[in-house]
Ligand binder design. Structure first.
Ligand code: ATP
Length: 345
C-alpha cells in the first residue's frame, strides 16, 4: 500500500513562494499527473516528495509513514528524470542492476529482475551494450527499467519523455501506461504537455502559480474546469469565453443570445468548448476569420461581438473568411465562471 498524502506543503526560496500550502492525496496505485506551465511548481513538489528538497512547511506521508525528514533512499521511491541519468560507461544490464547492487541483493535476484524489466521495456536484446551506444528512446527505456527493477511502491517521473521525438514519445507513452498499470506502483508524473497528461492520468492535478487549481479525472478537468485557467490551459484550441450580463427577466445576455444560467450575481463569464457549438439559426453572430481544415474537422476562428471565438465544425462545411455564421452553444455543455474569482459557478 503506498498512498501518498501531501499535507499543507509550502516551499519558499528566499522571499519567493514556489508552493502555497498544497494539500493532495494520491491513492494507492493511482497514476497522478502534475500538469502546469513552466514555473508553476510541479518539479518543486515532486522533489519535495522525493526528498531532494525540504518543504518550508507541511508534511509528506508515504504508505502511512511520515517521510519528510527521511532521506530519499528511505522513502521507498524510484525516480525517472528528464535527463534520465543513465551511466554511459556501464552496460544496459549494469545500469538496470545499479540500484539493486546498492541494495546488496543476491546475484540471482538481480539477474531475475533485470531480465524481467528489460523484457517488459523491450530492451532485452540490448543488455550487453554500453548505454553510450543507445538512441535517446532506448536510453529512456533503460531509465524506466532501472526504476521498475527496484520494485518501488512509488515511481516519480519528471518529464521523462521530453527528449524524444514526437513518434517515439507517442509509442513510449502507450507503453508506459501499460507497464505502470501492471506494476501496481503509485505514480506521480510531471509534465507540461496536456495531451500526455490526459492520455496517461487517472487524475490530473492542474497547477498554476504554486497552487493546485483542480485535481480530478481527465474527463472532469476537461468537461468541468474548476476555474477559467483550467478551461483555457486544457484543450487545444482552448475554451471560448464571453462576458454575460443578467437581464431584468433573469436570463443571461451573451453576445445577443438570451440563455438560462445560475442566478448568483449580475455578471458572469459564459464558456463553451469549440467543439460544443453547432451551426443553427438561433446562435451567436460570428464572422469567420481563419479557416483551418484539420481532416476530421475544420477549425474556424471567428469573431463574436468583437471577441475571438473558435468553433470545431464538420469538415464538409463550406466556409470562407468573411462569411457570417450562426453558432449555437449546446446548452448542456455551457459553463459559467465568476469574473472576479475566476472560479466555476
Ligand atoms: P518547469 O516545467 O519549467 O520545470 P516547474 O513547474 O517544474 O517548471 P519549478 O521547477 O517547480 O517549476 O519551479 C517553480 C518556481 O520556483 C520557479 O519560479 C523557479 O524559478 C523557482 N525555483 C525553483 N527552484 C529554485 C531554487 N533552488 N531557488 C530559487 N528559486 C527556485
Amino acid at each position: 500500500m503506498a498512498e501518498i498524502v501531501i499535507r499543507n506543503v509550502a516551499k519558499r526560496f528566499g522571499s519567493f513562494t514556489a508552493l502555497h500550502s498544497i494539500d493532495l492525496t494520491i491513492t494507492d496505485q493511482e497514476f497522478m499527473v502534475l500538469l502546469g506551465a513552466s514555473g508553476c511548481g510541479k518539479t518543486t513538489l515532486l522533489r519535495i516528495i522525493a526528498g531532494l528538497e525540504t518543504p518550508s512547511e507541511g508534511e509528506v506521508w508515504i504508505g502511512g509513514r511520515r517521510v519528510d525528514h527521511l532521506p530519499p533512499r528511505e522513502r521507498g521511491i524510484a525516480m525517472v528524470f528528464q535527463n534520465y541519468a543513465v551511466f554511459p560507461h556501464l552496460t544496459v544490464f549494469e545500469n538496470i542492476a545499479f540500484g539493486l547492487r546498492m541494495k546488496k541483493l543476491p546475484q540471482a535476484e538481480i539477474d531475475k529482475r533485470v531480465n524481467r524489466t528489460a523484457e517488459l521495456m523491450h530492451i532485452e536484446q540490448l543488455l550487453k551494450r554500453y548505454s553510450g551506444q543507445l538512441s535517446g528512446g532506448q536510453r529512456q527505456r533503460v531509465a524506466v527499467a532501472r526504476a521498475l527493477a527496484m520494485e518501488p511502491d512509488v515511481i516519480l517521473m519528471d518529464e521523462p519523455l521530453s527528449n524524444l521525438d514526437a513518434l517515439l514519445r507517442l509509442e513510449m507513452r502507450a507503453e508506459l501506461k501499460g507497464v505502470l498499470a501492471d506494476s501496481k506502483t503509485t505514480t506521480i508524473y510531471v509534465t507540461h504537455d496536456q495531451v500526455e497528461a490526459m492520455s496517461l492520468a487517472d487524475r490530473i492535478s492542474v497547477m498554476n502559480g504554486g497552487k493546485i487549481v483542480q485535481a480530478a479525472s481527465p474527463v472532469e478537468v476537461y468537461r468541468n474546469p474548476a476555474a477559467r485557467f483550467v478551461g483555457s490551459f486544457i484543450g487545444n484550441p482552448p475554451m471560448n469565453f464571453l462576458p454575460a450580463r443578467r437581464g431584468a427577466d433573469g436570463q443571461w445576455q451573451v453576445a445577443g443570445l438570451s440563455l438560462s444560467g445560475p442566478a448568483t450575481r449580475d455578471t458572469l463569464d459564459f464558456a463553451i468548448r469549440p467543439e460544443d457549438v453547432e451551426i443553427a439559426s438561433e446562435g451567436f453572430r460570428a464572422t469567420a476569420r481563419v479557416i483551418e481544415p484539420l481532416g476530421a474537422h475544420t477549425l474556424v476562428t471567428t469573431e463574436v461581438d468583437g471577441k475571438l471565438f473558435r468553433a470545431v465544425l464538420d469538415s464538409d462545411l463550406k466556409v470562407a473568411p468573411g462569411d457570417e455564421l450562426r453558432l449555437a452553444p449546446k446548452s448542456d455543455r455551457i459553463r459559467w465562471f465568476d469574473p472576479e474569482t475566476t472560479l466555476a459557478v
